[in-house]
Design a protein around this ligand. Sequence first.
Ligand SMILES: *Cc1c(COP(=O)(O)O)cnc(C)c1O
Length: 451
Amino acid sequence: MVEAARQTLEAARARILSAGAPDLEAAVAAPPGAETRGDAGRADLVEAVLARLDRLLRPGPRPLINATGVLLHTNLGRAPVSRAAAEAMARAASGYSDLEYALDSGSRGSRHDLLLPLIRQLTGAEAALVVNNNAGATLLMLSALALGRGVVVSRGELVEIGGGYRIPEVMAAGGARLVEVGTTNRTRIADYAAAIDETTALLLRVHTSNYRIVGFTEAPRLEDLVALAAERGLPLVDDLGSGSLLDTARFGLASEPMVPHSIAAGAALVSFSGDKLLGGPQAGIIVGRADLVARLRKHPLTRAMRPDKASLAGLHATLLHYARGEAEREVPLWRMLAADPADLAERAAGWRAALAERGIRARVEPGRSTVGGGSLPGETLPTRLLALDSAHPDALAARLRAAEMPLIGRIAEGALLLDPRTVLPDEDAALLESLSWALSGADGSGARGSA
Ligand SMILES: *Cc1c(COP(=O)(O)O)cnc(C)c1O
């Protein structure tokens, strides 16, 4: 409190000095960045201290409501984990565990063995290794298997994922030499074959997660790449990005590449994310040949990228949902993917009715949700949106972000749109609260009626 008071006073002094304010009290009391107010007094100064304390003490990252309709929103923390996963994470974090301890022998164990049986069972792979995230997994595979040597990859797969993660740069950071083959739209198996020489370490396939090349295109089948790699005695490494353990085609979407399929097709190593379509905590999962995974495990980067106990516990609980065949029911991501359009329509209508009771007008209209998070580009799911017409949708969006429980929607054609698909089942009351706060202009900004 003392620190907050000092900082508030310091900011007020700085304002007085820079503004040469005629009204001393007003200048002192104005909250940071605000216009000087005429009726200000010491009470406002106290309020400014309390607001500063509030910002300091509230939880971070701040919980918010994702009504964007983007299921895997990287800016909003990607996949929400299941209740069982969240409980497992809290339990692992708040107590001791056999993270690196063999209970039967009382000797040192390895965190890397905890998930092995489950991952093997679910993917059909011989061996597995979990690291912090899939970006780390790619870097590790390249560093451990291709240092100073060539990695053959199609020009159509030189992906940038976002956040500055670019395949050619990861390659350089991993000490591997990029050997580009083919063209942006067409790459044939013969292009790979011609590029292989005695310096080649491996063939790399990168899933074009967040874009799609359409039209006059060609790419070799995974089976053909595997056959070529085997013929030359090289491993084929498959970076699936999201990857999936369930077939997304069952939800009316295109098929996102499935991990068991890549393993069955003969990829030497396959990597995928923990918090994309798997719907678990952040992690990078590498599966494949035991001899190659053993080499990865010995690499010093593995120690630098080892996952935290809470992530491992959350991942374990998430994988269990798949092993029990209950992922569609228990993993929030799959529940959202599988949501019945009739239920979404009912929920949006319920929001509209609840707002009408508070004197706020809104419409329900058809729309589309997207998966996001570097998976299924261009693929959408039908949904029902709550639409708030507004002359200033940007201002309304800003006000919703400022709510006690921030509410994030999207703007299209002069309306703020809220998609029930990504709003978690227990968030309806908070959503209505944030909406009525933002639209009633509780602080006198008078937003009501503009929507
Ligand atoms: C998303 C993605 C990555 C990075 O995975 P993170 O788990 O976000 O680190 C790497 N490669 C591809 C192809 C991806 O789509």
